[in-house]
Write a protein that binds this ligand. Structure first.
Ligand SMILES: Nc1ncnc2c1ncn2[C@@H]1O[C@H](COP(=O)(O)OP(=O)(O)OP(=O)(O)O)[C@@H](O)[C@H]1O
Ligand SMILES: [Mg+2]
Length: 175
C-alpha cells in the first residue's frame, strides 16, 4: 500500500456532482451547514477540502453547533489544528472533527481512533488527503474556494458517491 495516499490521485468513479454554488457570506455558509447537519447520520463522513482559510473550519463549526442543538450557539468549538481531533456528543450522535494538515504519518489516523470512528460517528475531516482514509463509503466531499474581489463569498462544490444512498438523502439541502 502507498504510504502517501492522495485523494486527488485516486479514481473517483461513481462520484456524483451534487452542487456547485456560491455562498455569498459566512451566514450563508452557516445556513447550509445547518441544513446539512439535519441530514447527516453516524457513519457519514464529510471531507472538507480547499486552501488555507477557505472556510473548512467555519463550516464544520456551524455544522457542529447545529447538531448540538439548544446551547450549541454558545458552545466552544476549537479548531482541531493542533489536537488533530475534537469530539462532540450530540443528539444526532458522536461527531469527530479532524484536521489532518499536521499529521506526521498518514497511518496515524489509526492511533487517533479516526479509522474506527468512521463507522460509528459523523466525521468532519479537514485536509483528508493527508491521512490514509478509505476513499469509499458514505463520503460527502465539499470543496471550498475563495472568489476574486469577494472576501466574504466562497464557491462550494459538493460530490458524493452515487451508490451509497447519501446523495439521495441530501436532496434539497443545497438551496
Ligand atoms: N462565505 C464564507 N464562508 C465561510 N467562511 C468565510 C466566508 N466568508 C469569509 N469567511 C471567513 O474565512 C475564514 C475561514 O477560516 P477557516 O479557519 O474556516 O479556514 P480553513 O479552511 O479551516 O483553513 P485551514 O486550512 O487553515 O484550517 C473565517 O475567518 C471565515 O469567517
Ligand atoms: Mg481549518
Amino acid at each position: 500500500m502507498s504510504t502517501q495516499p492522495r485523494t486527488h490521485d485516486r479514481p473517483d468513479a461513481g462520484a456524483m456532482p451534487l452542487a456547485d454554488l456560491i455562498l455569498p457570506d459566512p451566514a450563508a455558509t452557516d445556513a447550509l451547514a445547518a441544513r446539512l447537519a439535519a441530514r447527516l447520520r453516524p457513519g457519514d463522513s464529510v471531507w472538507l477540502e480547499g486552501d488555507l482559510g477557505a472556510g473548512k473550519t467555519h463550516l464544520a463549526r456551524a455544522l457542529i453547533r447545529s447538531c448540538l442543538g439548544a446551547g450549541g450557539d454558545r458552545a466552544d468549538i476549537p479548531s482541531p489544528t493542533y489536537t488533530l481531533v475534537q469530539t462532540y456528543d450530540t443528539p444526532q450522535g458522536e461527531i469527530w472533527h479532524a484536521d489532518l494538515y499536521r499529521l506526521s504519518d498518514p497511518q496515524e489516523i489509526v492511533e487517533l481512533g479516526l479509522l474506527d470512528a468512521l463507522e460509528t460517528a459523523i466525521c468532519l475531516v479537514e485536509w483528508p488527503d493527508r491521512g490514509a482514509l478509505p476513499a469509499t463509503g458514505r463520503i460527502l466531499r465539499l470543496g471550498l474556494a475563495r472568489l476574486p474581489d469577494r472576501p466574504e463569498a466562497r464557491r462550494l462544490i459538493a460530490t458524493a458517491p452515487s451508490d451509497t444512498g447519501l446523495a439521495a438523502r441530501l436532496q434539497g439541502v443545497w438551496t
